[in-house]
Write a protein that binds this ligand. Structure first.
Ligand SMILES: [Zn+2]
Length: 279
């Protein structure tokens, strides 16, 4: 089982805290907790989001994740695109990391950063992603920050760049929640658009079995099923959790309900293997 969307370090975004107190802890503590969660849920590979604006020596914000990685078999970093940066030296460093295979994907924080996907400052990243054959993942949908602007985080913005960059693969994180049907339309229409199912709800084990949690899960199961059906592309959906915002095992059970059994193999592993070229 492959989880394509977790956090092992705070994302360092405007108006967003560490997500959960655990991410403030030392790398050793995070690694131990992550290993235990993976084991409990039967997850063998996890891809972790880096931090935005991590400094000159860390152009994709992955250094802290790389420090934790040796202690968590299967952990690999996702580099964060910074649309504020436009200088050649920055992109030279980014390209070096991509050429060395240091990251499995690039990630853009739509909404949190006030840049639309079609903004010129993202273009160079798409070209590099296509050249080094890594997907570009975008936060889409509701944001965790009052400073974010939702219009930048709508999945429709990704349609434009999917058309203009046909050699680049794009992932709509969180299936654009709550705009799931809009996300499904973008997937239906574009062969190079995928979605991850992470972070559709947030809470601990207690929340998942509470009345409110169960009602929310019931509604989300319907919505995800509808989106998969509408898109006509179950081969474009990826399992992800957004851990540590949710417990891995409880979230896995939720996604098992939301994805038709015939597509479990694809969504929990196969689709990710193809997109991230894990063969
Ligand atoms: Zn996330």
């Amino acid at each position: 089982m492959i989880d394509v969307h977790i956090h092992a370090v705070p994302p360092n975004l405007p108006g967003v805290g560490p997500l959960v107190p655990l991410l403030r802890c030392s790398g050793e503590v995070v690694a131990a907790e992550l290993r235990r969660e993976m084991q409990t849920a039967g997850v063998t590979q996890v891809f972790a989001m880096g931090a935005w604006n991590a400094g000159e020596d860390d152009p994709l914000g992955i250094n802290r994740t790389l420090e934790i990685a040796p202690f968590v078999p299967g952990l690999r970093p996702i580099g964060i695109m910074d649309p504020v940066r436009t200088d050649a030296e920055h992109f030279r460093r980014v390209e070096q990391l991509l050429a060395r295979g240091r990251v499995v994907a690039l990630k853009g924080y739509l909404g949190y950063l006030h840049y639309e996907p079609a903004h010129a400052n993202y273009r160079r990243y798409y070209e590099l992603a296509a050249r080094y054959r890594v997907p570009v993942m975008f936060h889409t949908g509701d944001t965790y920050s009052p400073q974010a602007k939702l219009k930048f985080a709508h999945p429709l913005g990704v349609d434009e760049v999917a058309v203009d960059h046909p050699n680049c693969q794009f992932v709509l994180c969180h299936l654009g929640n709550p705009w799931m049907i809009d996300a499904a339309e973008v997937i239906y229409k574009n062969l190079n658009v995928w979605a991850d199912l992470s972070g559709l709800l947030v809470g601990d084990d207690g929340y998942f079995v509470s009345d409110e949690g169960r009602e929310t899960i019931h509604e989300l199961v319907q919505a995800v099923q509808q989106a998969i059906r509408y898109s006509e592309r179950p081969n474009r959906f990826l399992y992800g959790t957004d851990w540590p915002l949710v417990p891995m095992a409880a979230y896995r059970e939720f996604i098992r309900q939301a994805v038709p059994a015939a597509h479990h193999e694809q969504v929990f592993a196969e689709n990710a293997r193809l997109l991230f070229r894990l063969f």
